[in-house]
Design a binder for this molecule. Structure first.
Ligand SMILES: NC(=O)c1ccc[n+]([C@@H]2O[C@H](COP(=O)([O-])OP(=O)(O)OC[C@H]3O[C@@H](n4cnc5c(N)ncnc54)[C@H](O)[C@@H]3O)[C@@H](O)[C@H]2O)c1
Length: 253
């Protein structure tokens, strides 16, 4: 990928699953990677793995729902690695249950992590990118945000919100050298899917696999290529786009 060498890039939720795979790939591409995760040990382990493979990485314990903590961590990363160039909004969370059985406290947690998290990070980072006249924001949403997902009503609403938010940011920043794009994973073999399916005894995973034209769950490594592309110089004329990486589960014109 062109243009990633030595670029400071933040990956939220980089301690596990998809975010960890993204961090490793960006490290291989030469980016200076910041892992922002509330799982401190996991973040440190992911950063250590990137360094072990010859990359540059820093770990920060951050709860993305806490605006002040996000701003402090971005400042600390910039001191260590230079002015931030890229942001990957990846951290997310859900627990599958029918909407009717959920309560406002649960909705708040889901929206705080999946929508406020990206709002906080993007608010802190986007103005810095605009000041330098260059930068990239990539958000990991979900096919749930495009086509819905039974048992994930509030999560789907938050993920749909992320897609619309990225499009609007793409418009507001179109002449400032900053692009905003969204990747929608389908069901992926990570701890998140395992916990969502915990009460179903694997039945949800089985049903989802059958619905995927390529007949397999995604693996975390299915995403980093698309993330690296959106962050690269080759994607400089692409903004406000949403792409599903989900084995054909959802197809959009
Ligand atoms: N796994 C799937 O099937 C699937 C499908 C579609 C979309 N996604 C999306 O992909 C992204 C990554 O998911 P994953 O499956 O790798 O999940 P995961 O649970 O393996 O990893 C999520 C990471 O986010 C971190 N995190 C959660 N809340 C946080 C917070 N408040 N502050 C900081 N860090 C926080 C966790 O500690 C964890 O390290 C999420 O946005 C998720 O919604 C996943």
């Amino acid at each position: 990928m062109r243009g990633l060498d030595q670029k400071p890039v933040i990956v939220t939720g980089g301690a596990s699953g998809i975010g960890k795979a993204i961090g490793l790939r960006l490290g291989e591409e030469g980016a200076r990677v910041a892992i922002f995760d509330m799982n401190e040990k996991g973040a440190e382990a992911a950063a250590a793995e990137i360094r072990q493979k010859g990359g540059e990485a820093w770990a920060y314990k951050v709860d993305i729902t806490d605006y002040a903590a996000v701003a402090r961590a971005v400042d600390a990363f910039e001191k260590a690695a230079g002015q931030v160039y890229g942001l990957v909004n990846n951290a997310g969370w859900d627990e599958a249950k029918p909407f009717i059985q959920t309560e406002p406290d649960f909705w708040k947690k889901v929206i705080d992590i999946n929508l406020y998290g990206p709002l906080n990070l993007t608010h802190v980072v986007a103005r810095r990118l605009a000041e330098q006249g260059a930068g990239r924001v990539v958000s990991i949403s979900s096919d749930a945000g495009r086509v819905g997902s039974s048992g994930e009503a509030v999560y789907s609403a938050a993920k749909g919100g992320v897609i619309a938010f990225m499009k609007t940011m793409a418009r507001e920043f179109a002449r400032k050298g900053v692009t905003f794009n969204t990747i929608c994973p389908g069901p992926t073999d990570t701890p998140l899917l395992a916990s969502v399916d915990a009460s179903g005894g694997g039945r949800l995973t089985e049903a989802l696999t059958k619905a995927i034209p390529m007949r397999r769950l995604a693996q975390p490594d299915d995403y980093p290529g698309m993330v690296a592309f959106f962050l690269s110089d080759d994607a400089s004329f692409i903004t406000g786009q949403t792409i599903s990486v989900s084995g054909g589960l959802s197809m959009h014109g």
